[in-house]
Design a protein around this ligand. Sequence first.
Ligand code: DGT
Ligand code: CA
Ligand code: ZN
Length: 578
Amino acid sequence: MANRELADIFERIADFLDINGEDAFRVNSYRRVARALEDLTEDVADLAAAKRLEEIPGVGKATKEKIEQYVLTGHVALHDELKASMPDGLPALLEIPGMGPKKVGLVWKELGVTNIDELKAAAESGKLATLKGMGAKTAAHIVQGIAFLAQSRGRTPLGLALPLAEELAEWVRRIPKAKRVEIAGSLRRGAETIGDIDLVCESTDGAAVIRAFGKLPLVVRVLAGGDTKGSVIVRRRDGEEVQAQLRVVPKESFGAAWQYFTGSKEHNVRLRGLAKEKGWQLNEWGLMDGEKRLAGAEEQEIYDRLGLKWMPPEVREGNREFEPKALARGLIDRQDIRGDFHMHTTASDGTLTAAEMAAAAAALGYEYIAIADHSKSSTIANGLSVDRMWRQIEKLRKLNEKLDTIAVLVACECDILGDGSLDYPDTILAACDLVVASVHSGMKQERDKNTARVIRAMENPLVTILGHPTGRLLNKREPMDLDMEAIVEAAARTGTALEINASWQRLDLNDRHARLARERGVMLTIDTDAHSAQQLEQMSLGVRTARRAWAAAEDVLNTRPLYAVKQWIAKKRKKAAK
Ligand code: DGT
Ligand code: CA
Ligand code: ZN
């Protein structure tokens, strides 16, 4: 239906008129019709065809003409004219908390401000505070609004949100009247980035819990608070802010609320549909048959009553998880992981020696690791020259002989050069136990070129794993334009493993591509790309991504014991030797 789009256009006309200082009556006539359009149950085009536009509340001569124009042409001339009459950056100012159309008009006319950067500069220079009706406090508020807008556009990466949410949940657990507290939302589903943190709490005194929630030390500001829901801003470890919601429910509803607020929305729609088919109702308070509560205290009961197996949160995306045989194989767990094939040491850009990394990995209970430092072309990462790499191979062999707690495999992260050839001669690659091949430069080429480059690298029989396949950095760098179908097909054909790089900034492969790879029988690895001991613990983020790809332990090479890993690596190498 066009209603929504037309409502937006009318809303923007009202904003533009308001910025221009038009009289309130005219401005409001557009706002009223915008709202009426949103509430309309019939398509506005049908109403226009039936000459029934007058039935829409608030429609007068001027607005009726504009609706007809839109239905006919898809445009409203007044909207286009107004938009053209003001600087392009101006409408974006309206999105800043604390900046209404009146203030936007004021800063534009009085200070010549035409975009967010100029507004920020005007605030910081003190000019903004001198405007009529502004003052230092309003100016400070606007600066805060600009900062929040900038970061709230980018969602929070899972690796930043998870520890923060766990800490917040721990604080909530200490609130006297709070009982059970759990994380819900996209965070519980292990999504790569999250919009906000959702917590669910069992208590009989919601108002008290929510008041205490607003006073927790992590909380920067309170946005809203009531009897069942509180909403606050907390600060991320990088200084940015994230919104967090707390929902408080009684014991008998805890499972239902946890399920509901875990989502996803698509998954919930399906679940609610199944309840409806049986004549029941499902919402955040419980699974109800009229007045009778069928389930609600535990999530498990809800799935049980609906005749389903309980579903791990990572698969609740409304993407075939309701099919009968969907999850027959089970999902990989963090405990299935026996090693890590991708980490760096002081030989290139890591912070610990190989011996120190081995000790840290042994402390995690691993059976093996591969040390994969950078190759010579990665000069900023202090990549190893051919000579240095020969010495590194020798050094790692000796280290491995010395250790009896953990096996150290000799590896390298070899650059894939522009033409798809590798940064080291085959003699070096053959001397390694395994080779991670990665693209680190020249990623802005066209899709065909990128794809051919990466496939050529995978065709080298000495390449074991394609490292961080798309090169993306969450919220920072777009993925390389690749034909992932072709990459996955080539991985299957050449017997090359595809990496789920578990670094919190990467998660690359992403869940979708990892699922595609798994469905085509491609071997996956989950590697941390650690540059420090602490980064080895990012493994759990990669496992979450693998679970979202419905991967079982058998789909992931580093769940296998060392002898089986070696056999698997040897297969591709042998095939090529024939
Ligand atoms: P996010 O925060 O954007 O990363 O994504 P979610 O999935 O955490 O979404 P959020 O925070 O808006 O809401 C949390 C869950 O609550 C969501 O996954 C499903 C449920 N939910 C929220 N609003 C609705 C709704 O309007 N309908 C349904 N069926 N479920 C909803
Ligand atoms: Ca959320
Ligand atoms: Zn790399």
